[in-house]
Design a protein around this ligand. Sequence first.
Ligand code: AHG
Ligand code: MN
Ligand code: MN
Ligand code: MN
Length: 339
Amino acid sequence: VAQEKINTDIVTLTRFLTEEQSKHKEATGDFTLLCHALQFSFKSIAYYIRRASLINLSGLAGSSNSTGDDQKKLDVIGNDIFVAAMRTSGKCRLLVSEEEERCLVFDENPKARYAVVCDPIDGSSNLDAGVSVGTIFGIFRLAEGSQGKQEELLLPGSELVASGFTMYGASAQLVITMKGGSVNGFTMDNALGEFILTHHDMKMPKSRAIYSVNEGNSLYWEEEVKEYFNSLKYPIEKSGKPYSARYIGSMVADAYRTLLYGGIFAYPADKKSPKGKLRILYECAPMAMVFENAGGQAVNSRMERMLTVVPEHIHDRSGIFMGSYDEVQKVIDTQLIVN
Ligand code: AHG
Ligand code: MN
Ligand code: MN
Ligand code: MN
């Protein structure tokens, strides 16, 4: 009987980070320890999300955050878990979170050289429906002589040293990329309690006839945006097949599918949300870095490369088009120049 091939050379996230660190001789290990704290927060959030309906953690917290979102109980819990993990890592100095009005400054870590931006629970409107949600994160290295001021984080995504997300779906999927590096995907093995490398060096298909946008906003779209999406739905060339529509409503889930299958994801700026809905620091920029490192593109509603966009304040928003290289190029070529 053929014995099932057992993989005895398992690459855990811990091992992957150790191997990454060994590539940088000047590394102090601080980044690695910060990522271990990040990893713990994902495991912890996954645990509570999967038990939410059993322990009365679903539904609204009865509060709203500074970007105007009604907070779910899990938004608050996910934020508390993340803040505690970053604070106690000893390696994080500043933390911007969707659920914190101001940037948190950890004075207990005065020598820490990293700043973290995060969306603790992305797609939280989907939580009570059991639809996949996620956590999005980005890591900046603070300049020498940092004063620990939140203005220091009004940076373009090109300054990120790492970014990624964890999607809490059928299994917990962690995607992480370093500046100028590849994109690697890890799947949580609940039996081991470890993230295992399952998607090495992820590369997005160059094109794919899938579009992902909330059509319910069509009334508010600029003319050029309407024309672009109509060109996908009603192809001019006779032979052209219409694109397939896929929209989950959790950016992390729509992003993960787009990374794997290809296509275009968009949340355009529109008349209702002139600066767009998605937040630059902890949604658009981290995702743009992952997408570019996977061979795709990400631009704002003025067709500017998303990673060059500088937020005016820590919760600043932007329109975004991101996905397969050729699909975003098609948007750029139709020159969607709005506001
Ligand atoms: P969050 O739950 O972190 O506030 O983010 C929600 C975002 C993003 O996940 C998703 O792409 C978008 O909101 C969906 O917005 P619509 O419901 O307006 O389509
Ligand atoms: Mn929210
Ligand atoms: Mn979000
Ligand atoms: Mn959120």
